[in-house]
Design a protein around this ligand. Structure first.
Ligand SMILES: C[S@@+](CC[C@H](N)C(=O)[O-])C[C@H]1O[C@@H](n2cnc3c(N)ncnc32)[C@H](O)[C@@H]1O
Length: 198
């Protein structure tokens, strides 16, 4: 049990959205699905205490830059302690706050999200996806998880529809039953860049 995570859930249950961090099994499935070893710029949304960040760190190339946007300052402090290496940048910011963090031009090969989409109102789902998907490179991957069963709630269905309408391909994985609660992964792929024809 991660008490620091549970404590943040008690005080900020709407944004934390889970009573426990993702299990190592779910975190590895997410990192594998995002093809981390091939990425040069990686963005993680809502890294929390860093279970997915840890899985990412295992396949990260030395010249890859990782940016984590986490709105909870206590989690950001923990992330900086756990991942002190220069290539890991953890910033206390909202998921769509790129302009203050990156400026207008940054883009990513892979975006990994641990955000509690089903707990968000539709307006927030749209606001975040609109900002984030605009920063994904052609052919880039957006990977996120959903708690099995909760994904059938109206907000879960709405999220899937929103995501699917923004990408060329949307796949789902098997459920990781050992996670609490059990969860599966959405793997969304952006359209490849059009190649010039003569
Ligand atoms: C369900 S927890 C997942 C934490 C971690 N990724 C994991 O898998 O264990 C959601 C995390 O997203 C963060 N979060 C929620 N809304 C956010 C937002 N709009 N911008 C940035 N972080 C957010 C919360 O503070 C929390 O750390």
């Amino acid at each position: 049990m991660s008490w620091s995570f549970f404590r943040e859930f008690i005080f900020n249950w709407k944004s934390v959205g889970a009573v426990a961090p993702s299990s190592p099994m779910l975190a590895s499935l997410i990192a594998d699905s995002a093809n981390i070893s091939a990425a040069r710029q990686i963005l993680e949304l809502g890294p929390g205490t860093g279970p997915i960040t840890n899985a990412i760190s295992k396949s990260l190339s030395s010249n890859t830059h990782y940016l984590g946007l986490e709105m909870n300052e206590s989690f950001v402090k923990q992330l900086r302690e756990k991942f002190p290496v220069m290539q890991f940048e953890a910033v206390a910011a909202q998921s769509f706050d790129f302009d203050t963090v990156l400026g207008p031009d940054g883009s990513f090969d892979a975006i990994v999200s641990g955000l509690p989409w089903t707990a968000f109102p539709e307006s927030l789902q749209i606001a975040i996806l609109d900002h984030v998907m605009a920063r994904l490179k052609p052919g880039g991957l957006f990977v996120t998880f959903a708690y099995t069963g909760f994904h059938q709630l109206p907000s879960g269905r709405h999220f899937r529809k929103l995501l699917s309408s923004r990408v060329a391909e949307l796949k789902t994985t098997h459920t990781v039953w050992g996670n609490f609660p059990p969860a599966f992964v959405y793997i969304a792929k952006m359209k490849e860049a059009a190649t010039a024809s003569h």
